[in-house]
Write a protein of this length. Structure first.
Length: 740
């Protein structure tokens, strides 16, 4: 018994040994949360407080459940049989099979996957004659799942919530969907928790059975629970109240999938007399990184409060680097160069990560790493050019470039849907094989035109293919006269492909639209469409199967739970991070979640952290001025070293080595690539551009679309230093302002 407690610090030991009554363990990033939870589980068994089957342990992933099972077995010295250990869904499925008859199911019910759920819902909507174009099935499914996440069956949906979809018919469609599931002896994933919670709520004898069975309840990642998970835990814990929830309110970043940070914030109210233990000794990061994280998250009001401090012996380390750059291209070059320099210094690529706020940001870093020959992987998603929406868009571009590209034409002829069923597609292939004078066949696009002339296509398919072929002719003409960027924009818009994703209400749709914009932005880097397509082909051939170390590229959401020696956080600008969409939809609540996301990003770093922001970012092939993120001002000065355009004195920037205000500390060093490659051109060293014809003078009033009205205080080539009335002093290109 002494062995498993000896490795704990005083706070961790207190959390393990406090067995009676409700306990909330506020476990900051890197403070040994998993160790506390598994040791507490083992401690309950080793001290004889309960048998394995009398402890309910809940995790969020199967991986976490498997890891806990293995650690507990190692601590007690033998496999623990009969454990109730698993994810919310796995445990509820186990319960539901025991009590399925109480909700009109058999114990052998089926669990439908997402495709089956959507197909079933579409059948119900067709039977009820709901216009699928105006009210897409995925949108209704999202509404139903939100209701299930809140523990609401159809008969408890408030009337005021039933007005947004299909003129107030969502609740009735939800009820029909549930009836159909029961008739099929099936459930979806949302039902697992919903049905079990309803059984516990309405059948006192079942609830009493589980009260008698479970002496202790352990919950991991409590800050990520949604309402129905919260209700389920409350019901099970209301008798003995021996519930221990481990989590971090400062890392609650999943509200978009139903998580409620309020669940952890009101724990003491839900369980009067609850003990709260704060784990604040971080064994991951250096003191400056922890100070930066603490200073930032302190600006959130909705938190229980804790301050991380380093539990490491060698905790000092270098300060967090914040670098302001002229544009997003410069940002990608800087990050890639730092990665290459660290690799040459003997650092492992596997211990480096670039964490972005939005998926579309990875493309610029992918391109740069490929150019430098640095292996990388995109974690939690596909590489940019492997994403389905990008493959679709490139297929359109390939057919514009080469009408005989059958693979590309086949991919998009019915995307978005143009009424081509299996019969029409078969006719198209048969016509392509039969065409040609020598029996060699003709391209699918030629066969499609022939079928149209001969009346081989009918109804919606005929009109859809006619519009598509006319579009390709129009886009090729645009390509010849206006260039490949304009042609690509027209193709994506006029084909209906962009509109298809705009109408999609799934959580992935906004990201797909951002990726399409980034694709158009990428086209601007190439002189021709042929050059771009050749580049994509080479990128796709980039040795994906190669073994060895790789830099990790991922979103901040995907990085939760991971850690790296070196972390790069690019794109810290208003509108990108914090995300404008989040601010527009959720206001201050959304801002606090964005700040928690920034906190998660900072605390992924062990030794080095570099945060960058750009004064100009190319968005949808248009350069836009940007404002540094408000989060940068919230970082404490004593933990941060600011350089680039983030510093106040231009002379300091010019006199600094390589224009970056003193380098990046011992770990990053100065530019080691300078001897091998041309030195990077910084914002203040860029060649002078041709000034605008109607020059703007010092003292003149100007107007900027984002910053509003201001007065010019200084000029330099095509750059203006403007004191804006509301946004303060900014540096902008003269083409971005108008004379007031």
């Amino acid at each position: 018994m002494s062995d498993h407690l000896a490795r704990l610090n005083p706070e961790q030991r207190e959390a393990v040994e406090c067995l009676d009554g409700p306990l909330l363990v506020l476990a900051g990033a890197g403070t040994g949360k998993t160790r506390v939870l598994t040791t507490r589980f083992a401690h309950i068994l080793l001290t004889g407080q309960a048998y394995p089957g009398q402890v309910l342990a809940v995790t969020f992933t199967n991986k976490a459940a498997r890891e806990m099972r293995e650690r507990v077995a190692a601590m007690i010295g033998s496999p623990a049989e009969g454990l109730w250990l698993g994810t919310f869904h796995a445990l509820c499925a186990r319960m539901l099979r025991r009590h399925a008859g109480l909700v009109g199911l058999t114990s052998s019910f089926n669990i439908l996957d997402a495709d089956d759920q959507l197909r079933l819902l579409k059948q119900i909507m067709e039977a009820e004659r709901v216009d699928a174009k105006r009210w897409p099935a995925p949108a209704l499914m999202a509404v139903i799942q939100r209701w299930k996440d809140r523990g609401l069956p159809p008969d408890r949906i408030p009337a005021e919530e039933d007005s947004d979809f299909a003129s107030g018919r969502a609740r009735a469609l939800y009820a029909a969907y549930q009836d159909r599931l029961r008739a099929l002896d099936a459930v979806d994933f949302g039902d697992l928790l919903l049905h079990v919670t309803e059984i516990l709520r309405t059948h006192a004898e079942v609830l009493a059975e589980y009260h008698h069975k479970f002496h202790y309840i352990l919950v991991d990642e409590y800050q990520d629970t949604n309402l129905v998970q919260y209700y389920w835990l409350r019901l099970l814990a209301q008798a003995r109240k021996n519930i221990c929830c481990v989590g971090d309110d400062d890392q609650s970043i999943y509200s978009w999938r139903g998580a409620e940070v309020e669940n952890i914030l009101r724990f003491e109210k839900d369980f009067p007399g609850a003990k709260v233990v704060r784990l604040e000794s971080n064994y991951r990061s250096t003191a400056p990184i922890l100070a930066a994280a603490a200073g930032l998250i302190a600006h959130n009001e909705g938190r229980l409060g804790k301050t991380l401090h380093s539990g490491r012996d060698h905790a000092e380390g270098e300060r967090v680097q914040v670098v302001g750059l002229w544009d997003s291209n410069e940002e990608a070059r800087l990050v890639a160069s730092r990665i290459e320099a660290l690799r040459r210094d003997g650092e492992s690529l596997s211990e480096m990560a670039v964490l972005v706020r939005a998926g579309f940001q990875t493309r610029a870093f992918e391109e740069r790493l490929i150019t430098l020959g640095v292996p990388y992987r995109v974690v939690g998603g596909l590489r940019f050019y492997e994403r389905s929406e990008i493959r679709d868009a490139i297929a359109y571009l390939r057919v514009i470039h080469q009408p005989a590209d059958d693979l590309a034409f086949e991919r998009i002829v019915n995307v978005p849907r143009r009424g081509l069923g299996e019969g029409a597609l078969r006719s198209l292939h048969e016509a392509a094989q039969a065409g040609g004078t020598g029996g060699e066949g003709v391209p699918l696009s030629v066969a499609a035109a022939t079928l149209l002339e001969q009346g081989g296509l009918r109804g919606r398919a005929r009109e859809g293919v006619r519009e598509l072929l006319a579009g390709f002719a129009r886009w090729r003409e645009t390509l010849e006269h206006e260039g490949h960027v304009v042609a690509a924009q027209m193709a994506l818009e006029e084909s209906g492909y962009t509109a298809m994703w705009q109408a999609d209400t799934s959580p992935e749709a906004p990201g797909r639209l951002e990726n399409l914009k980034e694709l158009v932005r990428a086209l601007a880097d190439f002189e021709s469409l042929a050059g771009f397509l050749d580049h994509v082909s080479l990128v796709m051939e980039n040795d994906e199967a190669a073994e060895g170390e790789r830099v990790s590229l991922m979103t901040l959401h995907a990085a939760k739970g991971l850690e790296f020696d070196t972390v790069f956080l690019p794109g810290w600008e208003e509108g990108l991070f914090p995300s404008q969409r989040t601010l527009d939809e959720s206001g201050n609540k959304g801002l606090e979640e964005e700040r928690r996301l920034a906190y998660v990003g900072i605390t992924r770093a062990r030794r080095r952290l570099l945060i960058t922001h750009a004064a100009n970012r190319l968005i949808y092939a248009t350069w836009q001025s940007t404002i540094p993120s408000r989060f940068l001002d919230e970082l404490p000065d004593e933990a941060v070293e600011r350089s680039g355009s983030a510093t106040s004195e231009r002379e300091q920037r010019l006199s600094a080595p390589h224009g970056f205000g003193g380098g990046f500390g011992g770990g990053f060093g100065a530019f080691p690539m300078a001897a091998r490659r041309p030195r990077l051109v910084d914002a203040w060293e860029q060649p002078a551009r041709k000034p605008r014809a109607d020059a703007i003078a010092v003292g003149q009033r100007v107007f900027h679309q984002k910053f509003g009205y201001g007065t010019v205080t200084a000029t330099e080539d095509d750059k203006l230093f403007v004191d804006f009335d509301k946004a303060g002093a900014k540096r902008v290109l003269d083409t971005f302002v108008e004379k007031a």
